[in-house]
Ligand binder design. Structure first.
Ligand SMILES: NC(=O)c1ccc[n+]([C@@H]2O[C@H](COP(=O)([O-])OP(=O)(O)OC[C@H]3O[C@@H](n4cnc5c(N)ncnc54)[C@H](O)[C@@H]3O)[C@@H](O)[C@H]2O)c1
Ligand SMILES: CC(C)(CO)[C@@H](O)C(=O)[O-]
Length: 301
């Protein structure tokens, strides 16, 4: 299997580096900058969850046109970069299945603007990766990973990708209902990310304080109503699931908190913002998500 990783930041470098280390033919396709320069010059420095650091040789480029045909493209840019990244990389998409590992809603639909629906895969991962410095990524937390076809029945490519990732040390399940998997992850992020970013608290405060618990519950309940109207049948209680993740990651600063703290753009539009717009389409009021979205946009501005 030939793989391209579009957007070798934190999670893309982790997945690409693990695949390369296990012998898969993988090319990281990034934007020009210090990180790509360091990857090209020195390889990827990968600090593992046990604290040890290893160096992995990786093929990296900023020119998608030079990569040649691939079987799978893993999309690992932030949600707000999906469309422009794919538009810049159409040469990679001729025959490839395209798999998003991003958080948020709307990424598979954006990918389907570029390739037939039968080639759109969606993955979710609870692994945590942090870009420590150019060329250096820390595998901060181990978690579940799942992948499946988003619009059609499970393809051989989805199964082969799950096997390749599992062989590379990223245990990956194939899921028949990828939209549900994506939504279940979104419901966790909708409950945790904006609230922790705005309040400047670690995730655990949303499980162990009354105001935190209230904000998480209201945001997730609204979003679950939108999921149901979108035709998604949840198999777990989404409020309990989000609270469980908040407790399990109690000391973590959520990705959105880190983005706001560092003055970076957040993925609010693909998370709470998308709940608000889909809610409007379905005639469902989402005042808590609307307020969280407006406050994050205000903070970003
Ligand atoms: N980091 C994690 O632990 C983690 C875990 C699960 C899911 N995710 C999701 O994965 C996605 C990526 O997150 P991240 O933390 O790795 O972000 P990141 O900012 O570290 O990486 C994104 C990378 O994409 C690159 N990029 C942007 N536009 C590009 C383009 N046109 N062509 C090529 N590269 C381009 C950026 O330069 C950057 O290196 C997000 O949707 C995030 O929510 C991250
Ligand atoms: C699970 C999660 C909320 C933990 O911080 C993570 O997905 C994040 O920060 O985006």
């Amino acid at each position: 299997m030939r793989v391209a990783v579009l957007g070798p930041g934190a999670i893309g470098s982790l997945f690409g580096g693990r695949l390369a280390r296990s012998g898969v033919d993988v090319t990281l396709v990034g934007r020009p900058g210090d990180h790509v320069t360091a990857l090209d010059r020195d390889g990827l420095r990968l600090t593992l969850p046990d604290g040890t650091t290893e160096r992995v040789a990786v093929d990296v480029t900023t020119d998608p046109a030079g990569v040649g045909p691939v079987d799978v493209v893993l999309v690992c840019v932030k949600a707000y970069d999906t469309r422009s990244a794919l538009a810049d990389a159409t040469s990679l998409l001729a025959d490839a299945a395209v798999c998003t590992f991003q958080n948020g809603l709307g990424n598979p639909e954006t990918i389907a603007e570029f390739v037939p629906e039968s080639r759109v895969l969606a993955g979710t991962t609870s692994h945590g990766a942090t870009l420590e410095s150019p060329g250096h990524v820390r595998h901060a937390g181990v978690g579940d990973t799942a992948v499946g076809n988003y619009f059609t029945d499970t393809s051989e490519t989805a199964t082969a990708l799950a096997r390749a990732l599992t062989d590379a040390g990223i245990d990956t399940d194939v899921v028949a209902d990828a939209p549900r998997a994506v939504w279940e992850k979104v419901l966790v992020n909708v409950g945790i990310n904006a609230a922790t970013a705005l309040a400047g608290v670690p995730n655990g405060r949303l499980a162990d304080t009354d105001p935190g618990e209230r904000v998480l519950r209201r945001a997730v309940e609204e979003a679950a109503a939108v999921a149901a109207a979108d035709g998604v049948e949840l198999t777990t209680d989404p409020v309990a699931a989000a609270s469980r993740v908040a407790r399990r990651t109690a000391e973590n600063h959520s990705s959105m908190r880190q983005d706001l703290d560092r003055g970076r753009k957040t993925e609010i539009d693909a998370l709470n913002g998308e709940i608000v717009s889909r809610g409007r389409e379905h005639g469902i009021d989402t005042p808590v998500n609307e307020t969280l979205t407006d406050l994050v946009r205000l903070a970003e501005s």
